[in-house]
Design a protein around this ligand. Structure first.
Ligand code: PLP
Length: 425
């Protein structure tokens, strides 16, 4: 099922989005977005919304953010010409290297910006939730840098599975709260973090990790992550004197993808393609391909596209990459799909694992399993579009995936062919 918009409505909404007129006053991206939260949080979100608009138009705030992005995060991240992948795929491949940002992924761009905002709004503590621990680590690091205490909610099951990230959060001074309720993973952690926020909204700031949640979070996260696309656009123009023909990014909640895509929306000649987790294949529960197979509904404060069954129960999702394993997606992506400006496809676990190996052996870069989904989408597109020039958002590095990677190769050694070629022409 899709939210039906006429052709004229789609065109109008896309023009409004590009002009910066969306989200509207009610926090909506056309039919999507909004603010579905308990009554007690509405004044807090309204106060935050004013703070977001003031901060993002204040030279002092933007100056400090910019300085910290340079000095502490290590921006701008490079745009790397991938010569050997280019020869293999028959297109010119450029990788936007968020794997080289501090803490190893794009998440730090958002965590830093929101930690600075929390301090500016006078919060005495920051609340965050984390699944695999990547956002928890980024939030803990940013809060240490900004000097504000950080409490991270994490499912008890995830704490056991993600020991290295748990250690990093402790080292960075965060207070970790194990969540024993519900499914004891990310969804339960979000519920508990929300409960904390509802009780402590007077003195606490909720640092959300992706382009999801109630207004103004999807807008704020887009603004903070747009540094990716703004840099990439300037870099490819400087390197090649031309814009790319297409850009690719993986989509979990959608923050790295919106960061790459949003600054390119007005360049109509650039095809934009988001890649979701196709997991083990089609069928509810086997993947996290929300936009490909989901339906409209409300999750975590926002109206968007979700995965739920006929009884309205949110579905368990599966992906080999923890960062894409989420049953919802940000409202701006739901609108971009509805307008047709961005196309969303999926890549399976097996394809993503092969792409990790291919990128390692061809370019000497170990990408995150999440980012490998974008590589798969790009490689498939390249088959139909020889000779074109493309940018791929490499959202993070794969060091964190070592246990999964070695597990997978020992699991599949006897039964499945190894990636066809580990040597590259
Ligand atoms: C968390 C994560 C993602 C998915 O989150 P988005 O909000 O969709 O970007 C993708 N890649 C990496 C490396 C991540 O850590």
């Amino acid at each position: 099922m899709r939210v039906d918009l006429t052709k004229a409505e789609r065109k109008k909404l896309l023009m409004q989005l590009i002009a910066g007129d969306l989200p509207d006053a009610r926090g909506r991206y056309g039919p999507f977005g909004g603010r579905y939260v308990p009554e007690t949080l509405v004044p807090t979100l309204e106060r935050m919304e004013r703070g977001v608009h003031e901060s993002l138009s204040d030279e002092t705030f933007l100056g400090e953010l910019d300085r910290e992005l340079k000095q502490w995060v290590g921006r701008p991240t490079p745009l790397t010409f991938a010569g050997r992948l280019s020869r293999r795929w028959g297109v010119e491949v450029y990788l936007k290297r968020e794997d080289l940002a501090h803490t190893g992924a794009h998440k730090i761009n958002n965590a830093l910006g929101q930690a600075l905002l929390a301090r500016r709004l006078g919060a005495q503590r920051v609340i965050a939730e984390t699944g695999a621990g990547q956002h928890g680590v980024a939030a803990a690091a940013a809060c240490a840098r900004v000097d504000i205490p950080c409490t991270v909610y994490m499912g008890a099951v995830d704490i056991e599975r993600q020991a290295p990230n748990v250690d990093r959060m402790y080292q960075l001074g965060a207070t970790l709260v194990p969540v024993q309720s519900g499914d004891r993973t990310l969804r339960a952690a979000i519920d508990e973090a929300f409960r904390d926020w509802v009780s402590n909204h007077d003195n606490s700031y909720y640092l959300l990790g992706s382009a999801v949640g109630p207004h103004p979070y999807p807008y704020l996260v887009q603004r903070l992550q747009s540094v990716i696309g703004t840099e990439a656009r300037a870099q490819i123009l400087a390197m090649t004197d031309a814009l790319p023909d297409a850009a690719f990014a993986c989509v979990g909640g959608g923050s790295n993808a919106i960061g790459l895509f949003h600054p390119l929306l007005a360049d109509e000649s650039i095809e934009l393609i988001g890649i979701e987790a196709g997991g083990r294949g089609t069928g509810l529960g086997h993947n996290a391909a929300t936009l490909a197979t989901g339906r409209p509904g409300v999750l975590h404060g926002s109206y968007s596209i979700l995965l739920y069954d006929d009884d309205g129960q949110i579905q368990e999702t599966h992906s080999v990459s923890a960062g894409l394993d989420y049953p919802g997606v940000g409202p701006e992506h739901a609108l971009l799909q509805a307008t047709g400006r961005v196309r969303y496809v999926s890549a399976t676990d097996t394809e993503a694992l092969e792409a990790v190996h291919e990128c390692c052996s061809a370019e000497g870069i170990l990408p995150a399993l999440e980012s490998a989904h974008a590589l798969v989408g790009a490689r498939n597109w390249a088959r139909e579009n020889p000779g074109k020039r493309i940018v791929i958002g490499l959202s993070g590095r794969g060091d964190k995936d070592q246990p999964t990677l070695s597990q997978q190769s020992s699991d599949t050694n006897d039964t499945v062919e190894q990636p066809r070629s580990l040597t590259v022409p």
